[in-house]
Design a protein around this ligand. Structure first.
Ligand code: PSU
Ligand code: MN
Length: 299
């Protein structure tokens, strides 16, 4: 595929049968401010390496899908203006027009699959937005999980979304939602959402066995793993909920919608929690990268 290239390190790891973990880049360009975005991207790669796996951060540069970025590319992306936020609908456009773009969960899954990578770590997935019964705003991440065979490790979904509708939609789409070591679906900054875990597994080997069983059964699509944020890093729902309400009210009042909505809510949450949401966000991404590396190794 001429539109996809592996970094030398990722190519070598795949050839040697070493575990590889894909990482997304929308979190860098649209999810966190500079310089914490680049610092986090580097630390997450280091966590994956410390587990004996190879990180493959995914982005589109001049129309080429890169599986694995070098340090200069990561750094440049941290401050770059004009990167498109790419989901399934935009990936072909970015390639054809030779554009730069960061990949959402959906586009990272597609790129990982085409690159031969089976496990992917992120912070939170997109889902059904609150008020979706009026706006129809449902992230393409959910449909991608139903069709592309990549295991996505996340800390659940942010309560800026409608979590019950998000879980219902995943069930309808036939996506297994597994919570690592808990009976409750995690809510990103908080370990608990009040919603029961659809499935629970406690060890990376068990998650790897689930992935293998689904492949043997020729079941399409991925597996979503919810990994609760470590206890010492969590923010109580009572602290985070008022900020969520304010951010959503502001989005309504200013008419922000579509692709711009998730980045808007993330940046407002950062200010409204005076940076506390960012510290928790960094901790949970590292935690997810560690579990993803262990699942990749077990596969
Ligand atoms: N949720 C987060 N952090 C993020 C995102 C979602 O907590 O950075 C990003 C991911 O890249 C996700 C995308 O795939 O936003 C979803 O955007 P949308 O809702 O427009 O599909
Ligand atoms: Mn949307």
């Amino acid at each position: 595929m001429t539109s996809l290239t592996h970094s030398p390190a990722v190519a070598a790891a795949l050839k040697a049968g070493k575990p590889v973990v894909a990482l997304e880049s929308t979190i860098i360009t649209h999810g966190m401010p500079f310089p914490q975005n680049v610092e986090t991207a580097r630390r997450v790669e280091a966590v994956v390496r410390a587990e004996g796996a190879e990180p493959a951060t995914i982005a589109v540069l001049d129309g080429i899908i890169h599986a694995g970025l070098d340090d200069a590319q990561l750094e440049a992306m941290g401050q770059a203006k004009g990167f498109l936020k790419l989901s399934r609908a935009d990936l072909g456009y970015a390639v054809a027009k030779k554009r730069n773009g960061s990949t959402t969960v959906a586009a990272t899954m597609i790129a990982a699959d085409r690159a031969g990578i089976r496990v992917f770590a992120t912070g939170g997935i997109g889902g059904v937005h609150r008020g979706a019964e009026k706006t129809y705003d449902v992230s393409a991440d959910l449909q991608e999980l139903a069709r592309t065979p990549v295991c996505v490790v996340c800390a659940g979904a942010k309560a800026i979304l409608d979590l019950p509708k998000t879980l219902e939609t995943l069930e309808t789409l036939g996506v297994p939602v597994v919570v690592n070591g808990s009976d409750e679906f995690p809510a990103f900054w908080s370990r608990k959402s009040g919603l029961p875990a659809p499935l629970r597994l406690d060890r990376p080997e068990e998650i790897a066995a689930l992935i293998r069983a689904r492949a043997e059964l020729k079941l399409d699509g991925g597996v979503l793993v919810g990994n609760p944020i470590p206890l010492e890093d969590e923010i109580a729902a009572s602290e985070i909920n008022p900020a969520i309400e304010t951010a959503i009210d502001e989005a309504d009042a200013t008419g922000v919608s579509g692709k711009a909505l998730t980045p808007f809510l993330l940046s407002r949450m950062l200010s409204l929690t005076e940076g506390r949401s960012l510290i928790a966000n960094i901790a949970l991404v590292e935690n997810n990268a560690r579990l993803a590396a262990r699942i990749a190794a077990a596969l």
